[in-house]
Write a protein that binds this ligand. Structure first.
Ligand code: IPD
Ligand code: CA
Length: 159
């Protein structure tokens, strides 16, 4: 009868209100967590997001870590991306960039094989010191060519 229907309606309305409150709480939680992670490990610039797990490894291992996660090794294509990437580095940390000149010495290519269009070399770099085919960013935002087997480089991925 009508009484039963109205009781059901009241009950549903209470449930919806309770769910709305839960969603609000979850949204506030997510927002707090997003702020925390972007403060330390996640930097978004344009459509790109740089992220690190804090792992230090060689170029090949870094590349595979990022690829397996569905992204690629971090590779800044302009000044804004370069700065965002640097913000993940702690003092005196260095990070591999997604490029190399392993194919032709002195010709740096992105990992998709296209020639590098934006660079931010440190003065005197790249110097191919004892055959350096990979590139790392210093904590001053500048780049240095470096040995690809160096496993002290922070691995930062882009998504
Ligand atoms: C080297 C220097 C050099 C740079 C090389 C590094 P190391 O470090 O910083 O300026 O061009 O890539 O390997 O071997 O003197 O500790
Ligand atoms: Ca060098």
């Amino acid at each position: 009868g009508q009484k039963g229907e109205s009781a059901t309606f009241d009950s549903l309305q209470r449930q919806v209100t309770a769910l709305e409150k839960n969603i609000q709480t979850l949204q506030a939680d997510i927002s707090r967590h997003q702020k925390f992670f972007s403060f330390r490990w996640v930097k978004s610039v344009g459509k790109k997001t740089f992220m690190s797990t804090g792992t230090k490894d060689s170029f090949e291992n870094g590349k595979s870590l990022c690829t397996k996660a569905g992204g690629g090794l971090a590779c800044p294509h302009n000044h804004a991306e370069n700065t965002a990437l640097r913000e993940i580095l702690k003092d005196s940390e260095q990070a591999y960039l997604g490029m190399s000149d392993v194919q032709t010495e002195g010709k740096f290519l992105y990992l998709n094989g296209r020639p590098v269009t934006y660079t931010n070399w440190e003065t005197g770099e790249p110097n191919n010191d004892e055959n350096e085919d990979c590139v790392a960013m210093y904590d001053n935002e500048k780049w240095n060519d470096i040995d690809c087997s160096n496993s002290e480089m922070l691995i930062i991925c882009e998504f």
